[in-house]
Design a protein around this ligand. Sequence first.
Ligand SMILES: NC(=O)c1ccc[n+]([C@@H]2O[C@H](COP(=O)([O-])OP(=O)(O)OC[C@H]3O[C@@H](n4cnc5c(N)ncnc54)[C@H](O)[C@@H]3O)[C@@H](O)[C@H]2O)c1
Length: 184
Amino acid sequence: MKIKGQAAIVTGGGSGLGAATARHLAALGARVAILDFDAARGDAVAADIGGAAFKVDVSDAAAVDAAIEQAADQFGTVARIAVNCAGVGLAAKVVNRDGAPTFDVFDKTIKVNLYGTYNVMSHAARRMLTLDPLDDGERGVVINTASVAYEDGQMGQAAYAASKGAIAAMSLPAARDFARSGIG
Ligand SMILES: NC(=O)c1ccc[n+]([C@@H]2O[C@H](COP(=O)([O-])OP(=O)(O)OC[C@H]3O[C@@H](n4cnc5c(N)ncnc54)[C@H](O)[C@@H]3O)[C@@H](O)[C@H]2O)c1
């Protein structure tokens, strides 16, 4: 896809991989909406690249939907590009030093990494489906971020590896869901 002139959504765009992705897309001529829980960082990157920032917890599907809608209103068009970079890498053994299972870490990690990715993918793609295809038949693109930890997780990474394995696993069937509609 030609990036120039497209609207894009980048989650976790306030830091690290997401910030670098937002900057790169903007340098290629995209209008970029950053969805990040950290408003200060999201705002700072958006200000640098002439984009927009929305303070959103990606695990909140309704908030994700609202932010994507606001971004479309602000840019005057639906984003054809959605990049999922928001994530947490909380480390905890399955049972902690006190002998207690670390359900809280597992719950948060799955909610942010897996549900967050699913929320953004689904709410971004449902809008891409309403767009006319480009000349080459493409309607949009969704990029999800997994990790090598999904097949080689280290001690303390059971929750993180589970979340990333699930992201990797769902991305192929999701791509098959959308393939005939020109969303890759
Ligand atoms: N850094 C690595 O070595 C590495 C390796 C493999 C995969 N990854 C993955 O790449 C992605 C980005 O990693 P990074 O190192 O750039 O991380 P980072 O911590 O630098 O940035 C993550 C961003 O996500 C945001 N975020 C966290 N929880 C959120 C939530 N609930 N809602 C919205 N935003 C939220 C944070 O505010 C932050 O801006 C993550 O999914 C991570 O798992 C990173």
